[in-house]
Design a protein around this ligand. Sequence first.
Ligand code: ZN
Length: 222
Amino acid sequence: MSYGVICLVEVHKVNGGGPSHEGNVYLIVDEVPVLIDAGRNAEAILGNVEKFVDPRKVEFIILTHCHHDHTAGVPALKEATEAKVLIGEGEVCDLGDDVATGSYLYEEDPAEFGVDGTLEEGDVINLGDWSLQVLMTPGHSPGSISLYEPRAKVLFSGDTLLPHGNIGRTRRSGEAVKVLVKSLERLAGLDVLVLYPGHMEPTDENVAEQLKTSLEFARSIH
Ligand SMILES: [Zn+2]
């Protein structure tokens, strides 16, 4: 008997909780389990990962961008999982910089870790049932990426796009916002059923409309 297509891929938000100054961390449980971003509270994140998968099975930690609230947890998570760290190639030069990563805002040093691979436009990360397409979506930071899964129509947007008409903080300089508007225009062309943002809760409520509102907001501050 056929039950049709059953999606066996699970996505769990595995944030450490506590202070809100932590970007969202997602665990995708597919044949190749991966983490999207690394938050700040590695110990709590690992505890949450363990509920779903052996942390040592995590193959990649894919960073949407270099900001401290998304990368501070990398050294401890990398050590515990032995996963390979991937980040957009335009973001590598800002790692280790307390201003570019924003670590000074937390009165902390930037996380120190090695990058095992860089991602470019058009790269595809094959996880088994899911394949994540790498999209360069600069603006929030110069090398921000988004990850799109075309079959499930899910988008991991980092801080480029946040739910309910929000966008991630930018320096709001004309140039950065102009670049962000372009990235949002691009995301608006995707068919997205579920949005997994870098902050706030994931959403599947009329994502196209939410995206349009974010785009209009970004255009209004341009
Ligand atoms: Zn950010």
